[in-house]
Write a protein that binds this ligand. Structure first.
Ligand SMILES: CCCC/C=C/CC(=O)SCCNC(=O)CCNC(=O)[C@H](O)C(C)(C)COP(=O)(O)OP(=O)(O)OC[C@H]1O[C@@H](n2cnc3c(N)ncnc32)[C@H](O)[C@@H]1OP(=O)(O)O
Length: 285
C-alpha cells in the first residue's frame, strides 16, 4: 500500500495515498490549518471553527493570510476544505451582524472584502472540496475557487433573500462566474439552496464523490491539469477573466462597506435576522 508520511501527525502515522509524500504544515492557527504535500506542491487549507465554520473576523483574516502563505510558499495549488463532517461553512457569522458594534462591523466587512479579493484573484489554481453544507458565505468561498467537488446529501447556495438581505454584487458575480444567468437569477431571488445532485446538474459543482479523501484527490487531479502550463500565462489568463469583478469591488470598497452597514443596521433587517437566528437556535435544540 502506498502511504503518506505525515510530518504533522508524527513520523509513525501512515495515511493511505497514491504516492510517497510528506505533508508539511506551512501555517496553522486555532481556526485554520494550511498543509502542503511536498511531493505535489499542493496545499490544503482546512477551516476549523466548530461547530459550523461560521465566518467571523478572525476566521476571515486567517483564511486570507493562509492564501497569501500558500502563494508566497509557491504552492502549485490550493484546496479549501473543512474539519467538520457536515458543514463546509455556514457562511457569515450572524453574531458579527446581529446587534453589531459599528467598528467591529466595519472591520468584519473589510476583512470579507479582502478575503474574497485574495481568493477570487489568486494566481494559483484554487479548488473547493465541499465536505458539508455551504450556504451563503460558504457558497461564496466555493464559487470563488476555480473548481468544486461536493459530497452527497448536503446543500449549497446563496440564500440571502430568505434571511431578508440582499447579496452584494460581488457575491452575485461569483455565482454568475459559475452558473448560467437565468439559473443564477432564479436561484438568487428564491434564496435557493441546491442539493448536491441539483448543484451538479446546474453546474454549481463540477463533481460529486463519496468521501472527503476522494474530494481532495479530485481537486488534486484538477490542479494537476496545469502541470504543463506556464504558471505566468495561466495566472494572467485567469486574471483577465476575473479582473472586471475584482476592480468593481476594489474601486468601490468604501461605498460597498457603507451600503452593507446601512443594510445591516436597518431595523427591519435586524428584525428579520433576529427571527432567522431564533429559528436556527430552535431547530438546533
Ligand atoms: C448586505 C448584507 C449581505 C450579508 C451577506 C450575508 C451572507 C451570509 O453568509 S449570511 C449567513 C447565512 N447562513 C445561513 O443561513 C446558514 C445558517 N445555518 C444553517 O443553516 C445550519 O446551521 C447548517 C445547515 C449550516 C448546519 O446545520 P447543523 O444542523 O449541522 O447545525 P445547527 O444545529 O443548525 O447549528 C449549530 C450551531 O451553530 C449556529 N449557527 C449556524 N449557522 C450560523 C451562522 N451563520 N452564524 C452563527 N451561528 C450559526 C446555530 O445557531 C447553532 O448554535 P447553537 O448550538 O448555539 O444553537
Amino acid at each position: 500500500m502506498n502511504i503518506i508520511r505525515s510530518a504533522r501527525f508524527g513520523a509513525s502515522t501512515l495515511i493511505p495515498k497514491n504516492c510517497w509524500s510528506v505533508v508539511r504544515s506551512i501555517s496553522s492557527t486555532e481556526l485554520t490549518k494550511l498543509e502542503v504535500n511536498d511531493k505535489t506542491g499542493i496545499a490544503v487549507l482546512t477551516l476549523n471553527r466548530p461547530p459550523v465554520n461560521s465566518l467571523n473576523l478572525e476566521l476571515l483574516t486567517d483564511i486570507r493570510n493562509s492564501i497569501k502563505d500558500a502563494e508566497s510558499n509557491k504552492c502549485r495549488g490550493l484546496i479549501l476544505t473543512s474539519s467538520s463532517n457536515s458543514v463546509f461553512s455556514a457562511g457569515l457569522d450572524f453574531l458579527e451582524m446581529y446587534q453589531p458594534k459599528e467598528e467591529r462591523l466595519k472591520s468584519f466587512w473589510t476583512a470579507l472584502q479582502s478575503t474574497w479579493m485574495t481568493l477570487y484573484g489568486s494566481k494559483i489554481p484554487t479548488a473547493a472540496a465541499i465536505n458539508g453544507h455551504a450556504p451563503a458565505g460558504g457558497c461564496l468561498l466555493a464559487t470563488s475557487c476555480e473548481y468544486r467537488v461536493m459530497l452527497p446529501k448536503f446543500t449549497i447556495g446563496l440564500n440571502e433573500t430568505l434571511i431578508g438581505i440582499v447579496a452584494p454584487n460581488w457575491f452575485m458575480n461569483s455565482y454568475l462566474n459559475v452558473l448560467p444567468r437565468r439559473v443564477a437569477e432564479l436561484a438568487l431571488t428564491q434564496g435557493k439552496m441546491f442539493t448536491t445532485a441539483e448543484a451538479q446538474q446546474v453546474g454549481l459543482v463540477d463533481d460529486v464523490v463519496n468521501t472527503k479523501e476522494e474530494a481532495i484527490a479530485k481537486c488534486e487531479e484538477f490542479i494537476g491539469l496545469f502541470k504543463k502550463i506556464n504558471p505566468y500565462a495561466r495566472a494572467l489568463t485567469k486574471q483577465q477573466f476575473r479582473i472586471n469583478h475584482l476592480q468593481e469591488l476594489e474601486q468601490n470598497r468604501e461605498q460597498d462597506l457603507q451600503a452593507f452597514i446601512a443594510a445591516i443596521t436597518n431595523p427591519s433587517t435586524q428584525a428579520a435576522m433576529g427571527a432567522y437566528l431564533e429559528n436556527l437556535k430552535k431547530r438546533s435544540k
